[in-house]
Ligand binder design. Structure first.
Ligand code: ADP
Length: 342
């Protein structure tokens, strides 16, 4: 059974002024997050990602549709039950949202204090959590004495205090540098693996999805335009809008501006060939071009690695007779994806 299931969920905000029109922040979204998933939700700013998180956490009501968490419909749940339900959901944020006046220990203890757990239990649980996130020696520090990465580790320890089954991470690494981002993502992987916590990761960064997500939903203007296994969605997106989005976040696909530069610099026809793990080899493509008498030059490219599986895009400038190029491309296109710039 799915841990989180959204069916035809819509969220509309009323118009801001007398003349404005209502904002459809979430538009008929359906998705299922299975226990143990690291489920990524990616999209440009304004796509509706944060709104979706607030709906799952019942911080705001949906306008229509059904939201089940752990098998229970939350859209009509009374506030008392919602409060209990939220104890089963941890949350971490881009700006960490720590209490500056409390120590690290006080921050991590906070949800347990609110839940009125016995003092001795709180003390041992906080020790355990601080050890887990590697901040055992910072218990007495205040947040302003910590680096960004350390603050987020406190955020993670606090989110785990009540042993939630689900963790919501809203742009949790967007304020961090690449190295610290990597550390925090590694920690989140351990949270998923060692505690079996299901994680929903909201991000606009491909690197985050690539490094930890097992499944992904791509959002655009309130809609989920594509979802599935991370490798499939990023190596072979089906929907035209998600193709456009994916092209901006994966490595190796030249943007229209970069294509214009390539065309200026190189004679001949510009063609991008996309490879996926297990596809026919690059060598066979090059051999085919060479044996057809087509000269080629590699002018742009990149390889993406998603949890050990590779896919990439190589852009070539081809020179030769049109007939020879057409014949070679037709034969290559039967095995790998070929796109010719127009
Ligand atoms: P994302 O997290 O992908 O950047 P958001 O969920 O924050 O996107 O926003 C989705 C859309 O909903 C945006 O057009 C935003 O302006 C609008 N929106 C979000 N929150 C509110 C709100 N409280 N009131 C009115 N409009 C909102």
């Amino acid at each position: 059974m799915a841990l989180v299931a959204l069916r035809n969920v819509t969220k509309t905000y009323p118009a801001a002024g007398a003349t404005g029109s209502p904002v459809v922040a979430i538009d008929d979204v359906s998705l299922e997050v299975e226990p143990g998933d690291v489920f990524g939700i990616i999209g440009y700013s304004g796509a509706g990602k944060s709104t979706l998180v607030r709906l799952v956490n019942a911080l705001e009501p949906a306008t229509s549709g059904s939201i089940e968490v752990d098998g229970r419909e939350i859209t009509a749940m009374p506030e008392r039950e919602l409060r209990r339900m939220r104890l089963g959901i941890g949350m971490i944020f881009q700006q960490f949202n720590l209490f500056d006046s409390k120590t690290v220990r006080g921050n991590v203890a906070y949800p347990l204090t609110v839940a009125r757990r016995p003092k001795a239990e709180i003390a041992s649980r906080v020790d355990e959590l601080l050890d887990f996130v590697g901040l055992g020696d910072k218990a007495r520090s205040h947040p302003d004495q910590l680096s960004g990465g350390q603050k987020q580790r406190v955020g993670i320890a606090r989110a785990l205090a009540t042993s939630p089954r689900l963790l919501l991470a809203d742009e949790a690494t967007s304020a961090l540098d690449p190295e610290t981002t990597h550390e925090v993502l590694e920690l989140l992987k351990r949270v998923n693996r060692e505690f079996g916590v299901t994680i929903i990761v909201i991000t606009h960064e491909m690197d985050v999805i690539q490094s930890i997500a097992t499944k992904v939903a791509v959002m655009d203007r309130g809609r989920v335009i594509e979802q599935g296994d991370v490798f499939d969605v990023f190596s072979d997106p089906q929907n035209p809008s998600s193709r456009r989005f994916v092209a901006t976040v994966v490595k190796g696909i030249p943007s229209p501006a970069e294509l214009a530069v390539l065309r200026e610099r190189h004679e001949g026809r510009i063609v991008t060939i996309s490879f996926r793990d297990g596809d026919s080899s690059q060598a066979s493509v090059f051999l085919e071009l060479a044996s057809a008498g087509v000269e080629f030059e590699l002018v742009y490219g990149g390889i993406n690695d998603i949890q050990g599986r590779a896919f990439g895009h190589l852009t070539l400038a081809l020179r030769g007779s049109d007939a020879a190029i057409d014949a070679a491309l037709a034969s290559i296109a039967a095995r790998v994806d070929v796109t010719e710039a127009d």
